[in-house]
Design a protein around this ligand. Sequence first.
Ligand code: PGA
Length: 250
Amino acid sequence: MKKLMAANWKMYKTRAEAEATAREMVRLIAPGLPEDRELLVFPPFTALAAVAGAFAGQKSFAVGGQNFWPHGEGAFTGEIAPGMLLDAGCTWALAGHSERRWVLGENDDLVGEKVAYGLQKGLSMVLCIGEKLEERRAKKVEEVLDRQLERGLVPAAREFANRLAVAYEPVWAIGTGEVAGREEIRQAHAHTRDRLVQMMGEKALEIPLLYGGSVKPDNASEILALDNVDGVLVGGASLTAESFSRIALA
Ligand code: PGA
């Protein structure tokens, strides 16, 4: 399975900044990117087309939307449809990122609706899951992951296993500088893999499982070497091409 090296730019970068960073990423990463790795950037909506333009002709570089509304078009002020993401050059989208769950108030069912709708419309989807600190302290990690996987992957979504990735991102490790330990990552990823196989059978063995949460150039190779870690989803350390290139090539 190819490893997916994903950059989540959140609400950072103007069009010019995004385009310059994307071009610099191509310069630094494309010549040395191993055959079994793919690079994926989630810019803010306003910079999608600029980043897609900078990646044009690079077969291992892809662009994704950080969010969308699960409808074709309509009176949804402030929202964007999957078809508009495709039109801007996206092939991927995120759903269930912890900032959307815990800052913007999205629940498990809305996340599930987005995953299924995005897949049906032709996008590849990254479903993000992960426990909060109090849930880990209460020994509820597996319960939380099971619930987020069950509700995030409704039966209609399970038909599209070949366009699905799951990112395990413990909420307490996002943007905090605190990385989950090797054993914590290993256990969560093994559990996620087992659960996906129960839900979807053999085809779940081909779903990339990404780790996210304070991935940096100096811890990326150790994390990528763990069993069932098929890539990373990087926030802060993906904002400069120099830093993200050291992760992508780690
Ligand atoms: P971080 O963010 O790398 O800054 O912790 C990860 C994410 O939010 O996907």
